[in-house]
Ligand binder design. Structure first.
Ligand code: ZN
Length: 343
């Protein structure tokens, strides 16, 4: 079988599906592609555009897209006028105007390809009005038009949109695959893996299955902040399961970030860690998302009962909510400490 999208790591189901649909001529006009930041949605959109028009599409000696024909080169270098990206630019949402423009543009035949591919970035940020405008085009698109709606989560999209566009997801990559790719792509990663394997495996575990995120963590400053947050998450859980001393609690609370955004991020990290611990209590071979080693997760889970873990999850979720509601950070942390039984 023809290899498809070799530049995209993992995601074998997605690749096979699109290969079969492109070669079999059974493509839908629109797809929703869900995946977190750094999961490869943009890379896929370029490869998909190239695959649609590749001159070696029927030739089994080449992967799909071949990457070497003039058409592939033009598309992959970002120089094809028939691959069109629509985003929010500096606005908070995607309003109806750019979607109306898009609709007018679909009436114009492709410049030099057989297809015109419209990629809507952060499609979940389209206003209801914009989505309704898009729907008009999705109902009766010209034959040469294709859409990819990229989003972190498709849940804000209207049912009417979802009913016209199959929903596909980027697969999270395994820790092994991420660490292999990091070492292959970045000399910094390779040297970190060699000289500080513990920090390297922390980084891989924190990437949450996203290669793009893992690459961004290679920046020294980001990495340091990340490790501080992960250590804090583990220390919080350790303290929650041990005999408390007031001094330790005060010290722990002082390490929580004072900026809202970072504090929210810390909360979501602690929640992921707690969910790992809950999974350990529930099943024999849990899939872990925060911990890179089962042994440490088991050690932290040991003194905690499942109801206690679930209670801690609630306390952390409540802290995150009050931070998002703009509560005073110091007061919110104190309330959290007492709620989580640290005081
Ligand atoms: Zn090609």
């Amino acid at each position: 079988m023809k290899t498809a999208f070799p530049e995209l790591v993992g995601n074998s189901m997605l690749k096979e599906r699109f290969r079969d649909e492109i070669l079999g001529g059974t493509l839908a006009h629109a797809y929703i592609l869900e995946g977190q930041d750094g999961s490869g949605k943009h890379l896929f959109s370029r490869l998909f555009a190239a695959a649609l028009s590749c001159e070696n599409k029927e030739n089994d000696d080449f992967p799909l897209p071949c990457g070497v024909c003039p058409t592939c080169k033009k598309i992959l270098s970002g120089n094809s006028p028939d691959l069109i990206y629509i985003g929010r630019k500096d606005k908070a949402t995607i309003g109806v105007d750019p979607i109306r423009e898009l609709r007018l543009d679909t009436a114009v035949a492709p410049n030099d390809l057989d297809v015109k591919l419209y990629v809507i970035e952060e499609a979940q940020l389209m206003t209801i009005q914009a989505q309704n405008a898009l729907l008009l085009t999705l109902e009766e698109p010209p034959e040469y038009v294709r859409f990819l709606l990229l989003c972190e989560s498709a849940s804000p999209l209207l049912e009417t949109i979802k009913s016209r566009a199959p929903l596909l997801r980027m697969e999270p990559l395994s820790g092994g695959l991420i660490s292999e790719e990091l070492k292959k792509r970045s000399p910094e990663a390779a040297s970190l893996a060699k000289n500080d394997p513990a920090a390297f495996s922390e980084l891989v575990a924190a990437s949450d299955g996203s290669l793009g995120r893992a690459l961004s963590y290679l920046d020294a400053g980001t990495q340091k902040a990340l490790i501080a947050k992960r250590t804090l998450a583990k220390d919080f859980i350790r303290l929650a399961g041990s005999e408390k001393r007031a001094a330790e609690t005060v010290d722990l609370l002082s390490r929580f970030p004072q900026k809202r955004e970072e504090l929210t991020e810390t909360c979501s990290m602690i929640l992921t860690a707690l969910r790992d611990l809950a999974a350990i209590k529930r099943v024999d071979e849990p899939t872990l998302y925060f911990f890179s080693e089962l042994s440490l997760a088991e050690e932290l889970a040991y003194p905690l009962s499942l109801p206690k873990i679930l209670g801690l999850e609630q306390s952390v979720a409540a802290l995150s909510e009050s931070i998002n509601r703009n509560a005073n950070i110091r007061l919110a942390l104190t309330a959290f400490a007492s709620d989580a039984g640290l005081l």
